[in-house]
Design a protein around this ligand. Sequence first.
Ligand code: ZN
Length: 490
Amino acid sequence: MLKIHNTMTGQKEVFEPLVPGKVGMYVCGVTVYDECHLGHARSAIVFDTIRRYLRYRGYDVNYIRNFTDVDDKIIARANREQRDWTEVVDQYIEAFSRDMRRLSVEIPSREPRATQHMDDIIAMVKGLIDRDAAYVVDGDVYYHVERFSDYGCLSHRKLSDMLAGARVDVDERKEHPMDFALWKASKPEEPAWDSPWGKGRPGWHIECSAMSISHLGNTFDIHGGGEDLIFPHHENEIAQSQALTGQPFARYWIHNGFVTIHAEKMSKSLGNTFTIQALFVGASYQEIVTAEVIRYFVLSAHHRSPIDVRDDSFQESKRALNNFYDLFLRLEEASESRHGGTSADHDIDRVLMPLQSGFEAAMDDDFNTPEAIATLQRARGDLNARVSAGVSSDVATRVLTFLRQIGSVLGLFQLQSKAWEFGEKAAWTTQTTRDAIAELSNGDIEVMIGERQTARSSKDWKRSDEIRDDLARHGVILEDRPDGTTRWKK
Ligand SMILES: [Zn+2]
């Protein structure tokens, strides 16, 4: 029986979907104006794993994760780099998709973009004005928080408490300081859509209400995101949606915890926000890591707890995975041998059955991945002992298949052990492992770096990234220095 900790009630609740056998799940995606960092990776991996487990449990999961593709930060970047805002959007959607592929995060059922739902958004804002839950001021539309009696239900705060100690902009045009924008009149040169209130664009919160309802209906099963989204983003989504439909919005709210670096919050000013790109190509971290190393690290903490990155965090995860892959190598060898049955064959179920039930019990308990991993580790010891005692090739094959199936729920154990042993640098490009490691001459490297410089000076970031990735696959790490030059090392 699957139980989920619901942020709304603060309790673990038995999961019962609205429609038996089906799950509708909406997770807030990224605002596409920059490279994604480990915090984004964590959220993506956590909800990917939740989706995989729901599927393992037999549910048909309709998983929606959006892109916020119109926003102040996107416009600011486009202005700074003197290019069209849609170019910025395309570049970072592509970068995000590349990172997700690298992290073995499966593509959601749908990835809607806010700008594809402009009609839904405008209809929703109009409906809220008609219901007197919103009002128009000079082409802007604000949500009237005092008209929604449940405001604060998710973050467990009262309107009056929110004001105390909060830094609230005093805006004379708003009826209540906590009122938030549903629609913003656009300035000249900004992206704009026609609306009954003049040219403008949507506020951030309304787009998620519009996209989730349009894909999943007024009421759906699971809404997720990072815990930083509880207030105000998710609180506002509830207020907008329920004021409009008069029906409950999401039924289970799941929030993942923060990622800290050496116990400090990641922030651009501290310079400790290493990007997923940097993790994979080693530009700002000591070592190139693989999808499975990052997933193991992320899933070794409960999704609701904070997770701290230390210097040895990834090495620790790598070591733990090495131990599993050592077992897989032994099992692969045994499966290729021509041994008949031995006494160990009969009681292999005595390891596999408790492993399966232990794994399921852990995951049923609010997707407790650290406990699931601990169960796998305990079984590993037992299985090593059985292999030492001798197993038949059939049993070895069965155990391997079993471990890979269980592991696939976490996105782990999916490589051939030889590919794993071959080295973490190339493991995420398993198909091309061999040519990936082929030596490049110093001359070749200099030519490629020159090509990348040219791409960078003409702002062809995509080409520049491709060359960097290509070099990384050959074991060459680049370091861009503040003076504009690039250093490299093997
Ligand atoms: Zn959202």
